[in-house]
Design a protein around this ligand. Structure first.
Ligand SMILES: N[C@@H](CCC(=O)N[C@@H](CS)C(=O)NCC(=O)O)C(=O)O
Length: 218
């Protein structure tokens, strides 16, 4: 039986790759694991059946036999631990790749999400523009620190890993609505390398197909 993920029936970005099922789809594609998708409406996400899978009523979720997971970090780590392709064999390199996953989710993503919240929901408040500037002032040092670490390397720590998958996913959210990423050429190129991976392209096409009518409701 294939694992099942949940995704938005009606995503605000209409398949532009920002909804977080994209990370899970990408990981599944990287490890060559076919999957099914169950599309859920915003109403269904708050109903008991979905809340039993995801206590916060969000997507994505991941079901595999009698295991049900939520949180993209946990789902991607689960896939990476059980399939070849997303974590190095060497124990120390593996621990470092996992560290980059946490860095993406815990250090780089929060200020980017903060900016998104301000931009989308608080922009019309009197303090909206000032707050937007403050959030950007918190993102900029993270980008330059990450850029300094990456330097001329292709990926963050040796071969492509789940850490890169997460970091590219997080940076894509910023690029979608801000030119800030393009001010940091090695990071812009890093993100472009992620998007150029065949597994990323397959995942993106599958997510977009939900909105172009080419995917079934699941
Ligand atoms: N930390 C969670 C965040 C999940 C999340 O924010 N999902 C969004 C979609 S990208 C969602 O379901 N939003 C609708 C809502 O919160 O009601 C993860 O990484 O899985």
């Amino acid at each position: 039986m294939l694992p099942i993920i949940t995704a938005f029936e009606n995503s605000p970005d209409r398949g532009a790759g920002l909804a977080r099922d994209m990370r899970v789809r990408w990981a599944l594609e990287e490890v060559g694991r076919p999957y099914d998708v169950r599309l859920v409406s915003f109403k269904e996400m708050q109903e008991p059946a979905h809340l039993a899978l995801h206590p916060f009523g969000q997507i994505p979720t991941y079901e595999e036999g009698d295991l049900a997971l939520f949180e993209t970090g946990s789902i991607v780590l689960h896939l990476a631990r059980h399939h070849a392709g997303l974590l190095p064999e060497d124990a120390n390199a593996r621990a470092r790749a996992i560290t980059w996953m946490f860095a993406a989710l815990d250090t780089v993503e929060p200020p980017i999400l903060d900016r998104e919240t301000t931009r989308l929901f608080e922009g019309d408040r009197s303090w909206g523009p000032e707050r937007l500037r403050l959030t950007e002032a918190r993102i900029r040092p993270r980008l330059s620190q990450l850029s300094a670490h990456l330097g001329d390397a292709v990926w963050l720590d040796g071969a492509f890993s789940a850490g890169d998958l997460m970091m590219v996913s997080v940076l894509l959210r910023l690029r979608h609505s801000s030119p800030m990423l393009n001010d940091v050429p090695n990071l812009a190129a890093y993100v472009a390398r992620g998007e150029a991976r065949p597994a990323y392209k397959r995942a993106f096409a599958a997510q977009l197909a939900v909105f172009t009518g080419k995917a079934s409701r699941g």
